[in-house]
Design a protein around this ligand. Structure first.
Ligand SMILES: Nc1nc2c(ncn2[C@@H]2O[C@H](COP(=O)(O)OP(=O)(O)OP(=O)(O)O)[C@@H](O)[C@H]2O)c(=O)[nH]1
Ligand SMILES: [Mg+2]
Ligand SMILES: [Zn+2]
Length: 336
């Protein structure tokens, strides 16, 4: 019995070794494969499916053609918006052989905690909230920290304006007022009725933007509203919990009239977060004038005397809910 068990284990090991061998061979095979492919072309990654990427050729005779590509294994994981060099078979497939320099990479907080890259070379981040599913200020703050750390511009979109009559909440109104007060642009829109869509189009003009937010807030619906010829999949909220159902599963770049917009999968929960405490503090931009002004250098801003941040809350320069939100995120970092 023991003998048989051992030989099974050995067999598994041999299988694993063979598998590793195949994996080691694959990059070589990919390299060899490019020998039979056409000359190098420039391209834009529109979607990453995991193993394969969708690439749109830029310039030359292939301009606008779509290819399914593998990437050479020495290259980093690619995201929608990446400019690349690839070699194609002239038909529908190819191999990505180089990645151009990126201006930036936007990562979203994933439910597992780590930051997951979703889009690159962007100008603007559209953070979408709606009356349903219930919005969380703390999630918006996390997105804002990620946006600020890249020195990008955020745009807060309150979607489903058509539901405001029945679903407006003081919390949602307060969020709109708070973020506008911090100097962030806030637009109220409805993907269903088209209200505010013209304003959104204006804000997007000539830009590449990524659209983020909870699952079910209407990110894909907004893309369809901005450009009716695009038919991005849209999914109803779950009946019981009125939460999103994760309809969009991979980020995808769409060319709209006058701008490029990258749709991204929504998130439903969020937990720990892998950023530094310094980055976090810097992400709350209205705190910046007060950082370093506390009596104690290592002030936790909770109960020390002469704390500049808490004095700023008392004088109204900082909102207490934002300081609470900061602590909430900080605790999630501290528990790592
Ligand atoms: N009433 C109303 N419903 C909307 C509006 N926009 C989107 N919806 C609905 O909200 C639900 C979710 O829409 P999606 O566009 O799939 O949401 P999403 O943010 O892309 O969701 P994920 O892909 O899961 O992240 C669908 O039932 C839409 O019809 C709107 O402006 N008003
Ligand atoms: Mg979607
Ligand atoms: Zn302090």
């Amino acid at each position: 019995m023991a003998k048989r068990k051992l030989s099974n284990r050995q067999k598994t090991r041999i299988d694993e070794r063979q598998q590793q061998h195949v994996e080691r061979l694959e990059p070589e095979a990919a390299r060899d494969a490019t020998k039979n492919l056409g000359p190098r072309s420039s391209g834009l990654v529109t979607c990453n499916f995991g193993q394969q990427l969708e690439v749109e050729a830029i310039g030359g005779t292939l301009q606008g053609k779509i290819f399914r590509c593998f990437q050479r294994s020495n290259l980093p994981a690619m995201v929608s918006g990446d400019r690349i060099i690839f070699q194609s078979d002239g038909e529908s497939s190819g191999v990505i052989v180089a990645l151009d320099d990126r201006r930036n990479v936007f990562s979203r907080p994933a439910s597992s905690g780590e930051l997951r890259p979703v889009a690159s070379n962007i100008d603007l981040v559209l953070i979408v909230i709606a009356p349903i599913p219930q919005p969380f200020m703390n999630l918006v703050d996390r997105y804002l920290v990620a946006v600020e750390s890249l020195q990008l511009t955020p745009l807060l979109i309150i979607n489903k304006a058509d539901l405001m009559a029945s679903s407006r909440t003081p919390e949602l109104d307060a969020m709109g007022v708070l973020y506008a007060g911090l100097g962030y642009k806030v637009i109220e829109v409805s993907a269903t009725t088209g209200a505010g869509i013209t304003d959104l189009k204006k804000a997007l003009n000539n830009k590449t933007a990524v659209i983020v937010g909870q699952s079910g807030v209407g990110k894909s619906s907004l893309i369809n509203a901005l450009s009716p010829q695009i038919d991005a999949p849209v999914g109803a909220l779950s009946r019981g919990s009125a939460k999103g159902t994760h309809t969009t599963t991979s980020a995808r770049l769409f060319h709209l009239d006058g701008c490029d917009l990258i749709d991204s999968p929504g998130i439903r929960e969020f937990g720990l977060w892998h950023i530094s405490p310094h980055q976090l503090l810097e992400g709350f931009t209205e705190f910046r004038p007060f950082v370093g002004q506390c009596k104690f250098r290592d002030c936790s801003h909770r109960n020390e005397p002469q704390c500049a941040l808490r004095s700023a809350v008392e004088s109204g320069a900082i909102s207490s809910v934002r300081l609470e939100s900061y602590f909430h995120i900080l605790e999630s970092l501290a528990n790592l």
